[in-house]
Design a protein around this ligand. Structure first.
Ligand code: NDP
Ligand code: DGU
Length: 303
C-alpha cells in the first residue's frame, strides 16, 4: 500500500506524515529553511521553545505566503514552564506569531526549577540539573487538558514518555495524548512502545530519524544496501521507514536540496521493513538523545 501523506490523530484531525524539524536550526538559517520548505510543499513544522528559534520559525512561516490554516504547527512546553502551562504556551505563541497551535507537547516528563544559573537549563551547585522530583506530571497534563479546552491548541500530547510514565498518566488522564514524540529509527525501533501507543490510540512521531548528530545510520551497511536496492538515498530509506509504518517523521535540514529530497517517501517492501525493524536486535541498538536529568526516565533497552 502506498505510504500515506497524512495520518490521523485521535482528535480526528489529519497530520502530514512528514514534518520539518527545527532543533539546532540556527537563527539566521531557520527562517529561510522554513519558508523554503513550505514553498516546496511541506505543511508541517515541528518547533519548541527550548530551540530558541521560534521567532525565526514564525517569520519563515509568514515569508512563505502559505496561509496559517494550511500549516500543521507543533510546539512543546519546556520543562521550566511545567508549573504553568499557560505561560509556556503563550511564550511560544508570541514567538511564533500565531494565536493557536495544531499540537502542543510536554517536551519531557520532567519539571526543572529555574535558578540564577539559567532560566531554561538550570543546574544545581554540583552541576546536576535542578529537577523538581516531587512534581506530579498528572498536574501538568491536567493543565494541558485545560489549554486544549481553551481552543488555543487543537491537540495535546507528550514527548519522551516511556511506558511506565504513560501508565502512570493513564490513571488520571481525561484526554488521551494525541501523540508521543520519541527518538525512533532502525537502531531504536521501540517495538514495545509502538504496541502500547497503538493500543491507546496515541500516534507516534519519530524524532532524530536520520541519526541526528550521533548515530551512523546513513552509513550503515544494511541501510545502504536497502537504499541501493530501491535506488534512493539512505535518508529516503530512513524517512520512508516511518511513514510505511504509520508513524509521523520529522527530518531536520536547513539545506534546500535536502529539504526537498527529505519529503520524498517511497514504498518499502515488507522484507525491507522487517530488516530495518530487526537491526537493533542484531547488535546495532543505540539511543542518541538522553539528556542528563539525573534519574530514570523509564526508557528500556534500545530494541
Ligand atoms: N522531542 C524531542 O525531545 C526531540 C525532538 N526532535 C525533533 O525532531 C527533529 C529531527 O531530529 P534531529 O535530532 O534534528 O535530527 P535528524 O535525524 O533529523 O538529523 C538532522 C541532521 O541530518 C542532516 N541531514 C538532513 N537531511 C539530510 C540528508 N538528506 N542527507 C544527509 N544529511 C541530512 C542535517 O543537516 P543539515 O541541516 O545541515 O542538512 C542534520 O545534521 C528535530 O529537529 C526536532 O524538531 C529532535 C530531538 C529531540
Ligand atoms: O528536542 C530536543 C531535545 O529534547 C533537546 O531539547 C534537549 O535534549 C535539550 O537539549 C536538553 O539538553 O535537555
Amino acid at each position: 500500500m502506498a505510504p500515506a501523506s497524512h495520518l490521523k490523530l485521535n482528535t480526528g484531525a489529519a497530520i502530514p506524515s512528514v514534518g520539518l524539524g527545527t532543533w539546532r536550526s540556527e537563527p539566521g538559517e531557520v527562517r529561510g529553511a522554513v519558508a523554503f520548505a513550505l514553498k516546496q510543499g511541506y505543511r508541517h513544522i515541528d518547533a519548541a521553545l527550548i530551540y530558541g528559534n521560534e521567532h525565526e520559525v514564525g517569520q519563515g512561516i509568514k515569508d512563505s505566503g502559505v496561509p496559517r490554516e494550511e500549516i500543521f504547527l507543533t510546539s512543546k512546553l519546556w520543562n521550566t514552564h511545567q508549573p504553568n502551562v499557560t505561560e509556556g504556551l503563550q511564550k511560544s505563541l508570541d514567538a511564533l506569531g500565531t494565536d493557536y497551535l495544531d499540537l502542543y507537547l510536554i517536551h519531557w516528563p520532567v519539571r526543572l526549577v529555574p535558578n540564577e544559573t539559567s532560566e531554561l537549563l538550570p543546574v544545581n551547585p554540583d552541576g546536576t540539573r535542578s529537577v523538581d522530583r516531587s512534581w506530579d506530571q498528572s498536574e501538568t497534563w491536567r493543565q494541558m487538558e485545560e489549554v486544549y479546552k481553551s481552543g488555543k491548541v487543537k491537540a495535546i500530547g507528550v514527548a519522551n514518555w516511556s511506558i511506565p510514565y504513560l501508565e502512570e498518566l493513564r490513571k488520571t488522564w481525561k484526554i488521551v495524548p494525541a501523540v508521543n514524540q520519541v527518538e525512533l529509527h532502525p537502531f531504536l525501533p521501540q517495538h514495545k512502545l509502538r504496541e502500547y501507543c497503538a493500543k491507546y490510540g496515541i500516534l507516534l512521531e519519530a524524532y532524530s530519524p536520520l541519526g541526528s548528530a550521533g548515530a551512523p545510520l546513513m552509513s550503515d551497511d544494511d541501510i545502504q544496501e536497502i537504499a541501493k536496492k530501491n535506488n534512493v538515498s539512505p535518508a529516503t530509506v530512513l524517512i520512508s521507514y516511518h511513514v510505511n509504518k504509520g508513524v509521523v517523521v520529522l527530518p531536520k535540514s536547513v539545506h534546500e536540496k535536502r529539504i526537498v529530497s527529505n519529503k520524498d517517501v517511497v514504498e518499502l517492501s515488507q522484507e525491507d521493513l522487517n530488516l530495518l525493524d530487526g537491526l537493533a536486535a542484531r547488535g546495532k541498538a543505540k539511543r542518541i538523545n538522553t539528556p542528563l536529568f539525573g534519574w530514570d526516565l523509564g526508557f528500556d533497552d534500545c530494541t
